[in-house]
Design a protein around this ligand. Sequence first.
Ligand SMILES: Cc1cc2nc3c(=O)[nH]c(=O)nc-3n(C[C@H](O)[C@H](O)[C@H](O)COP(=O)(O)OP(=O)(O)OC[C@H]3O[C@@H](n4cnc5c(N)ncnc54)[C@H](O)[C@@H]3O)c2cc1C
Length: 113
Amino acid sequence: MTAPQSTPTGVCSAASPPDGAIRVPAASGGVLTALGRYLVESRRVAFVHNARFSDDDKTFGVANVADDPDKVANGMGSIYGPSPVLTDIRTVLELGEPFAFIGKPCDISALRA
Ligand SMILES: Cc1cc2nc3c(=O)[nH]c(=O)nc-3n(C[C@H](O)[C@H](O)[C@H](O)COP(=O)(O)OP(=O)(O)OC[C@H]3O[C@@H](n4cnc5c(N)ncnc54)[C@H](O)[C@@H]3O)c2cc1C
């Protein structure tokens, strides 16, 4: 991890997990996967909601609700295809459990709306 740098828009930091099994196949170093795994492992959240490749069609992404570190890692990497990860979000919200959400900026905007 490098020291935070001030930028015109905020603070910029760099980090990467030591575990090559995450760092190498992840999208860009695996920080999101490492953070998600940590949050679940330490019970700071009940689960992580991210995305994984669809079992039926590998060009599509689907929601991945991960309540253990290995399931979080099933979602690492980038899915450059249609990925409607919010289709069942009402059911997830109704669980009433604290969770971490990893998604695209448009997913985050929709979740906040
Ligand atoms: C060559 C290259 C260029 C890039 N350029 C840009 C850029 O210009 N702008 C930019 O914003 N990003 C860009 N990225 C992607 C960005 O760098 C990474 O997505 C981000 O840094 C996260 O990296 P990570 O290793 O921590 O992700 P990981 O630990 O691999 O985690 C990625 C997370 O995103 C989730 N996810 C993946 N695909 C989807 C999807 N379609 N919908 C919802 N969730 C999904 C996964 O489930 C996972 O939880 C680029 C990546 C590469 C390799």
